[in-house]
Design a binder for this molecule. Structure first.
Ligand SMILES: *Cc1c(COP(=O)(O)O)cnc(C)c1O
Length: 374
């Protein structure tokens, strides 16, 4: 955070850390992704509580940017989104919960039908005069959600059933688009294009964030970016867009420790010099992954404080973590250290934790003080 930003944030928090969420950056990232796919409509994926930033704030900011189509995982999330965006199109990626058709229809949420049992239940609801529109997910190699190609052909062989479903979109999902040149990406595109004529006239959607980066052949009618909106890396060969989330931990105390002493549970890290250690009020219960901690045989992540990097020292505890500030002058109780944000990329911390930016963002938890920059 710059000093200018500090003035926006009160320093009287009772929390152990704070999140600063830059909604203008989120909106600009959406516009950047829209500009990369000028031939398509650009939607937005806001599942996982808006990738951790808060679904209502994400939907509000993205609506303001011009987004009209949202994807949530759960019908519950869809309800929250509907309250914020009364006129938007909202798709539910996890589809129709058993017996859930009336509830989805009441909020004009569109289930993305991913299996024949779901299709049957939705067909029964529609045949009985139920309201609502839906999408159909066909699997092109991920083997997660979606009708298999064989099932899709079988369904397409019953045109009356298909016509009764109120389908508005045909979609599939890419498994490897984050890896440049992965052969599966092109195989999935070709499989999707081959299945599309089974359902003539339906708009098509294939691209997640990484799919948007793979170029116009992947854009079809509607793109579904998620992670890139939130400022984390979407593909190995592209830098992230603007930082949206800054996570900081509050310095509880600064202590001195002697050469040869150890820090934290398990005594995994031995100090090789007299050190100044700052203890932060953030731990793995706040989503700061335990694997980002440090030891004698495996160095951990760093934080950013007073304009410098400071390495994590020892294990990350539930509510606490320690950083080595021996080389950072002036660190005091009440200061804040950036865990990730403009100076420490979220993907860097994720790398140390043997995970991905997605998991760090969606694990942020409820204990931070949250500040939304408009
Ligand atoms: C999560 C998800 C997306 C968004 O993926 P990102 O990699 O975050 O851009 C798109 N489509 C589907 C089906 C998803 O599950």
């Amino acid at each position: 955070m710059t000093d200018g930003d500090r003035q926006v944030i009160a320093d009287n928090s009772l929390a152990g850390g704070r999140l600063t969420i830059d909604l203008a950056a989120l909106a600009r990232n959406w516009c950047s992704l829209a500009a990369m796919a000028p031939g398509a409509e650009t939607g937005a994926v806001v599942k996982g509580d808006g990738y951790g930033i808060g679904l209502p704030a994400a939907v509000a900011a993205l609506s303001w940017a011009g987004c009209r189509t949202f994807f949530v995982a759960l019908a519950d999330e869809g309800r929250t989104a509907r309250a914020i965006a009364p006129d938007a199109t909202i798709y539910v990626l996890d589809g129709l919960p058993p017996g859930g058709a009336a509830a989805l229809a009441a909020d004009r949420l569109r289930p993305i039908l991913s299996s024949l049992p779901e299709v049957s239940e939705w067909a029964a609801w529609k045949n009985a005069g139920g309201a609502g529109e839906a999408a159909l997910h066909v699997d092109t190699g991920m083997n997660r959600l979606g009708l298999s190609p064989g099932e899709a052909r079988r369904l397409a062989g019953e045109p009356a059933t298909v016509a009764g479903l109120g389908l508005m979109l045909l979609m599939s999902h890419l498994a490897c688009a984050d890896q440049p040149g992965h052969p599966m990406t092109e195989r999935q595109r070709a499989a999707f294009a081959a299945l599309a004529p089974l359902f003539p006239g339906l708009p098509l959607s294939l691209a997640n964030s990484a799919g948007v980066l793979r170029g116009p052949a992947f854009h079809f009618a509607l793109t579904r970016p998620g992670i890139a909106l939130y400022g984390a890396r979407a593909a190995e060969d592209y830098p992230p867009l603007e930082t949206v989330v800054t996570a900081e931990g509050r310095v509880l105390l600064v202590r001195e420790a002697e050469t040869g002493e150890t820090v934290g549970y398990g005594a995994t890290e031995t100090l090789c010099r007299r050190s100044k250690i700052a203890v932060l009020g953030i731990g793995y219960a706040d989503g700061y992954h335990r694997l980002a901690g440090s030891g004698d045989t495996r160095k951990g992540a760093s934080v950013f404080i007073h304009g410098r990097r400071a390495p994590v020292v020892g294990r990350v505890s539930m509510d606490l973590m320690s950083v080595d500030v021996t080389d950072v002058p002036g660190v005091e109780r009440g200061d804040y250290a950036e865990l990730f944000g403009p100076n420490i990329p979220v993907d860097e911390v994720a790398h140390h934790a043997e995970t991905i930016g997605y998991e760090l963002l969606t694990s942020l938890g409820r204990r931070y003080e949250r500040r939304y920059l408009p």
